[in-house]
Design a protein around this ligand. Structure first.
Ligand SMILES: Cc1cc2nc3c(=O)[nH]c(=O)nc-3n(C[C@H](O)[C@H](O)[C@H](O)COP(=O)(O)OP(=O)(O)OC[C@H]3O[C@@H](n4cnc5c(N)ncnc54)[C@H](O)[C@@H]3O)c2cc1C
Length: 450
């Protein structure tokens, strides 16, 4: 008997059992970081979770990911495997350079400062390490995975997804966690909905410490720090992974990919030409690159709603708020989404309250997710200024505070005293507790509407 038949027969078994009014069968479409986070969070709340993933195996892009305290605090809550922390690199400083190398901003003891302010660390991880940790925890919690199954259509009347192979799966709630090219989003709109280019693309590079013979550069890799180089129309980010055994570099430059292409092999020579005249440290690192891909950075306009009118489809992650990676919040905010949705669903007392809970989720998440998207575009403006009077004014703001405690709005939101607490200080679990406190019907199970 195939996996789907077994699920279908299990769900028909359920019909003979007494109905569990507070228990949901949740179908998560996509096993990216947002889908895995949602699966864990919903399973921890006692619901049955099935994840459908189009890929044959879970193999995230082999590159790095900056995880900020708003998400790292969730790893403890979800009890992710200890190994994840061992695989992390915790940067001890964060530096912003002008593209030529001059230091514009520098925060020493960044690791200690972040832990003191937010009670959770800022860590840099290999994507695969995070994906495998989430996957292992989800399996431990009893989540069922169906890999190599691409969801093609949704019947909203019966809460059924059908995969390209023609297999139907039904539940109480569908979570659209299928990323930028979301099929769930298209089913929701009833039309094709391709993402829109942002005008930028990324070169993603991972180097191992063993590859690097230059002792000065090797020391950079082995002592985890974060560096940004900001220049006209472009910027670069570098940070260590795996406790200093690897270096991740992302180069963000104007998009020159042909129409309709979202990823293409790039040429190392072309990439090097774009960075002529930049900080010699950065360009020396680039001489170690053997091959590189170009990734078009795309986004979507804001959705009117993240839930459908039947309250059986809800969106999370890049499917509803894709953003520029310029604040490293795409995955972090997707993990927040998953945590909020799952925690709210732990308060479900009867299925008829699901629309109310989903509305609370949307209220808590949509304005924040979309505000973060807007902030990433503002960061692009501040980082990519062409040389000239505006850039000189910006650099004045940077340099006037170099070596001092930062005050007021700051051109790098990574350490800005106004933006950083808003991003990193968010505690999804506490936010849910707050909202539950304001909606006592969730505690006592009275049906209510927003
Ligand atoms: C260069 C770059 C650097 C970045 N750096 C950071 C960073 O440092 N920190 C950070 O927080 N974020 C970062 N991001 C953003 C982050 O990678 C994304 O926001 C995040 O991975 C989105 O996760 P997701 O699960 O929503 O979507 P995805 O990762 O796209 O996952 C969607 C999943 O759904 C599956 N799927 C799609 N369609 C279907 C279907 N029809 N049926 C079944 N399965 C389907 C896909 O195969 C995929 O596994 C970066 C992004 C880029 C481009």
């Amino acid at each position: 008997m195939g996996i789907f038949n077994s699920i279908i027969s299990r769900s028909s078994d359920k019909r003979t059992m007494p109905p569990h009014e507070s228990h949901l069968d949740i179908l998560v479409v996509g096993a990216g970081l947002s889908g895995l986070a949602t699966a864990i969070s919903c399973a921890m709340s006692g619901h049955t979770v099935v994840v459908l993933e189009q890929a044959k195996e879970l193999a995230e892009v082999g590159a790095g990911l900056q995880i900020t305290p708003n998400a790292s605090r969730l790893f403890s809550h979800w009890k992710l495997p200890e190994k994840l922390w061992k695989d992390a690199a915790e940067p001890t400083s964060l530096t912003v350079h002008r593209y030529t190398g001059e230091i514009l901003a520098h925060e020493a003891s960044f690791d200690q400062n972040i832990r003191a302010k937010y009670s959770a660390p800022f860590i840099d991880l290999h994507r695969v390490d995070l994906q495998q940790a989430l996957y292992a925890r989800a399996q431990e919690l009893g989540v069922t995975f169906h890999l190599d199954e691409r969801v093609d259509s949704i019947d909203f009347d019966t809460t059924t997804v059908t995969t390209l192979k023609g297999k139907p799966l039904s539940g109480d709630l569908i979570v659209g966690a299928d990323g930028l090219w979301s099929r769930c989003r298209e089913c929701f709109y009833g039309k094709k909905d391709d993402p829109i280019p942002t005008g930028d693309l990324a070169y993603r590079i991972v180097l191992t410490a063993d590859q690097i013979s230059d002792p000065e550069l090797r020391a950079w890799v082995e002592n985890p720090t974060v560096h940004f180089w900001i220049g006209p129309g472009a910027h670069a980010v570098g940070y260590s992974l795996r406790g200093g055994k690897m270096l991740n570099i992302v180069l963000l430059v104007p998009d020159d990919l042909p129409p309709g292409v979202s990823r293409q092999a790039g040429s190392v020579e072309e990439m090097m030409r774009l960075f002529v005249g930049w900080d010699p440290i950065l360009t020396k690192f680039l001489t170690y690159v053997n091959g590189v891909d170009k990734w078009r950075l795309m986004h979507h306009s804001e959705m009117q709603s993240w839930i459908n009118d039947k309250s059986n489809l809800v969106f999370i992650g890049d499917a509803c708020h894709p953003m520029l990676p310029y604040l490293a919040q795409g995955a972090n905010s997707s993990l927040e989404d998953g945590a909020v949705l799952g925690s709210l669903l732990s308060h479900l007392k009867r299925k008829s309250d699901l629309p109310h809970i989903l509305r609370l989720y949307e209220k808590m998440r949509k304005s924040r997710g979309e505000a973060i998207v807007r902030e990433t575009f503002k960061q692009r403006n501040d980082f990519h200024m062409p040389d000239g009077p505006e850039q000189q004014k910006r650099d004045q703001v940077f340099l006037s505070q170099l070596g001092k405690d930062l005050k007021g709005a700051f051109p790098s939101r990574w350490t800005c005293p106004e933006v950083q607490p808003w991003l990193y200080g968010y505690d999804a679990i506490k936010e849910v507790e707050k909202v539950v406190g304001q909606n006592p019907e969730l505690l006592f199970g009275k049906s209510a509407r927003l």
